[in-house]
Design a protein around this ligand. Structure first.
Ligand SMILES: O=C(O)CC1=CCC(=O)O1
Length: 267
């Protein structure tokens, strides 16, 4: 499938090293709001909505994980960025891992949060069918229950409402097609090919993709570091905001600026 022009936001100094942040299934680029201001003090931060989500186009499915990777590469090309730090949570982490394995020259460093190299497909296939039959709004409250620990959700009803609205706002077909990407994805053979310095972040209380998924990723990527945040459910970056931001900044700074320049001829 042809790459789509995803919706994106840029923050930070124009000439700074680029960090691309990729959202989870059902969320939008707004999920990175707690991280963006601090990262943008010294990085050019690019957040974008995965196709089918937020303000991005939602072409008819099926999609493949490589389609989602092609969308990121097309965005980097549009921005004239040859090499970027890439971070993603859950589906965003799957996109980031596949990008790092497929196009190592384009990835200065990799951060994978609350993701998986191989997820149990049935729940995602069921959710895809439900999204097509009755829309995403019907299960938004259930999904958000997995994104935050009960205590954090009780203390932040405004955040719960905002996250549910993100899921409800996703395109039903686009969301379903992304569920099927997760169901069909198997990155286990890719992990050993990833050469970028990698940080893996786990939510200790993540009921969606528990810590054993993150351990498998960290064990498979040469030299990867693993950080477990607690208490934290699936959207650990929203619950442990400062720790996530600090860990990302430490990781990016340690990886160094990489190669800038234009994307011309990089692919
Ligand atoms: O939506 C969920 O339940 C958890 C999830 C799996 C892949 C993803 O991006 O989110």
């Amino acid at each position: 499938m042809t790459a789509v022009e995803v919706a994106y936001t840029e923050d930070g100094p124009a000439g700074a090293p680029v960090v691309v942040l990729s959202n989870s299934l059902g969320a939008t680029r707004g999920m990175w709001d707690p991280q963006v201001p601090a990262l943008a003090e010294r990085y050019r931060v690019v957040t974008y909505d995965t196709r089918g989500h937020g303000e991005s186009p939602a072409p008819a499915g099926p999609y493949t994980l490589d389609d989602l990777v092609d969308d990121v590469l097309a965005l980097l090309d549009r921005l004239g960025v040859r090499q970027a730090h890439v971070a993603g949570l859950s589906l965003g982490g799957m996109t980031a891992m596949r990008l790092a394995a497929r196009e190592p020259e384009r990835v200065r460093s990799l951060a994978v949060l609350c993701s998986s190299a191989k997820a149990d497909p049935q729940g995602f296939l069921d959710r895809a069918a439900a999204a097509r039959a009755g829309g995403t709004a019907q299960f938004a409250p259930t999904v958000v229950q997995r994104w935050l620990t009960p205590g954090h959700a009780a203390e932040h009803p405004d955040l719960v409402a905002r996250l549910a609205a993100m899921i409800e706002g996703a395109d039903d077909e686009g969301y379903a097609a992304c569920c099927e990407v997760v169901a069909g994805m198997d990155l286990r053979a890719d992990l050993g090919r990833i050469a970028a310095p990698t940080l893996v972040v786990s939510g200790a209380d993540d009921p969606a993709l528990p810590p054993d998924h993150q351990r498998l990723i960290a064990d498979g990527i040469p030299g990867a570091d693993l950080l477990t945040l607690s208490p934290a459910a699936h959207l650990a970056n929203l619950e442990r905001t400062l720790e996530t931001t600090g860990a990302l900044l430490g990781h990016l700074d340690a990886a160094g600026p990489g190669r800038g320049g234009t994307a011309e001829g990089a692919r």
